[in-house]
Design a protein around this ligand. Structure first.
Ligand code: FAD
Length: 410
């Protein structure tokens, strides 16, 4: 690159990306698509293996972002197209049924379900040698002409820019915002698993979300063999789970069957077909939005910038969108230092992710109702409003992207 911000604005070298999750790897690929070399530094010593389920829905907005950097075909190869998104109530049955095929037609891109390990593997292979494993970033030093990232093994690397893509408990963010409290628990435990069930029990292309009382259960197929499932317990039920399976991992399947064993098929079958060791409990945490993510040469992307509780299924989608928008802003900064590009990135992303995070929190509050009366009101509201106004509002919010595909082309 002859004329980018690295030459005219200070230190040469590659952009440094701390973290090799979805945000970090997509950032490297988006920067590469814009002609800006970058390397990711991941603390894990080896690539993750598919220990358990970990499914993800990749909505139309992230598919458009991946298309902007030429990766839609690769996603299509590992994902399963999602056509229907169904909401049900455990006692009252079907509540709403969204056609994602209509969404795909309206926005020009399908949505997918994907096993997270498969998506991660795909991104890792594409990044290739631009990923260093076993490199835990411990901090950075920023000067007017560059930034130096330090690693646990005593090594250091200097570059024109540092992108903190190191997740919910980001070290880069902690240095940028030293007085910020740690992420707070929201009182929800999500237990994820993956089981082999035939197409007759769980057809491909359908996401099912069933609400109970302080509990809900999600399942969908991630490929021909596997069905991802997620049993979510809030407040009281979450505490019961912790008491029933105190060493989380041993006895967790039995504890979940006590909560969900009487739910309609295939819920008990999915839990029953998953070993204790294949069930991954996650305590959901959140952070309040902040007005700034960047200094002149350091910024954040993905969960490090703005975590989103999983109630809108947008966390990884926003990580992908954010990585692409960051690369677009930097591509425009050729010929000058990156500070202006980082300010533009903040302007394009902070308000959007704040709205998404707020809506996700509202969904979380709505999903944790426990009293039978509150659940009856919730279910009635969903039956009346979800296929109409809520569907339209969700699409308006999630598809309000400001991606400019032409900017990203090298
Ligand atoms: C139960 C559940 C279901 C979800 N479902 C969905 C869904 O359907 N759709 C969706 O869009 N989102 C979903 N999400 C959210 C999604 O998982 C996250 O938003 C997404 O993983 C964020 O990606 P990230 O790369 O920013 O962070 P992470 O995935 O956390 O990756 C951060 C990476 O940085 C590394 N790292 C950390 N610290 C350091 C360091 N100091 N130095 C170097 N490396 C470091 C970590 O090892 C990790 O590899 C879900 C979340 C949960 C809990």
């Amino acid at each position: 690159m002859a004329d980018d911000f690295r030459d005219n604005g200070g230190a040469g070298g590659d952009v440094i990306v701390a973290g090799g999750g979805i945000a970090g790897l997509t950032t490297v690929l988006a920067l590469r698509a814009a002609g800006i070399p970058a390397k990711a530094y991941e603390r894990a010593p080896a690539l993750r293996t598919a220990a358990s389920g970990n499914g993800l829905v990749i909505w139309h907005n992230a598919v458009l972002a991946l298309r902007a950097i030429g990766l839609e075909k690769e996603l299509d190869a590992v994902g399963t197209e999602l056509r229907r998104y169904r909401f049900a109530s455990r006692p009252r049955g079907k509540l709403a049924d969204w056609s994602l095929t209509d969404g795909a037609r309206a926005y020009g891109a399908p949505a997918y379900t994907v096993a997270r390990p498969a998506l991660h593997r795909m991104l890792t292979e594409l990044v290739g040698d631009d990923l260093r494993l076993g490199a835990r970033c411990t901090g950075f030093t920023e000067t007017p002409d560059g930034v130096t990232a330090r690693f646990e093994d005593g090594s250091a690397v200097r570059g024109p820019l540092l992108v903190g893509a190191d997740g919910l408990r980001s070290t880069v963010r902690a240095q940028l915002m030293p007085y910020e409290p740690a992420p707070h628990r929201v009182g929800m435990t999500a237990c994820q698993g993956s089981a082999a069930l035939p197409h007759s029990a769980v057809p491909p292309g359908v996401f099912v979300n069933t609400f109970g009382e302080g509990t809900w259960f999600v399942y969908y197929r991630t490929d021909d063999d596997s069905v991802y499932w997620d049993a979510v317990l809030c407040d009281g039920p979450a505490r019961r789970l912790a008491e029933g399976a105190p060493h989380l991992g041993s006895g967790i399947r039995e504890a979940l069957l006590r909560e969900f064993g009487h739910w309609p098929s295939p819920v008990p079958e999915l839990i029953g077909a998953t070993e204790d060791s294949g069930i991954l409990p996650v305590d959901v945490v959140d952070r309040d939005p902040v007005p700034r993510w960047s200094t002149d040469r350091v910024t954040l992307v993905g969960d490090a910038a703005q975590p989103v509780t999983f109630n809108l299924g947008q966390g990884a989608n926003q990580a992908i969108e954010g990585a692409v928008v960051l690369a677009q802003c930097l591509a425009k900064a050729r010929g000058g230092p990156p500070a202006g590009a980082l300010a533009a990135y903040g302007q394009r992303r902070i308000a959007r992710t704040r709205k998404i995070a707020r809506r996700s929190r509202a969904n979380a509050a709505f999903s944790r109702f426990r009293s039978p009366l509150a659940c009856l009101l919730r279910d009635t509201f969903m039956r009346v409003a979800f296929d109409g106004p809520v569907y339209r509002a969700t699409y308006r919010l999630t598809m309000d992207t400001d991606l400019t595909p032409e900017d990203i082309r090298p």
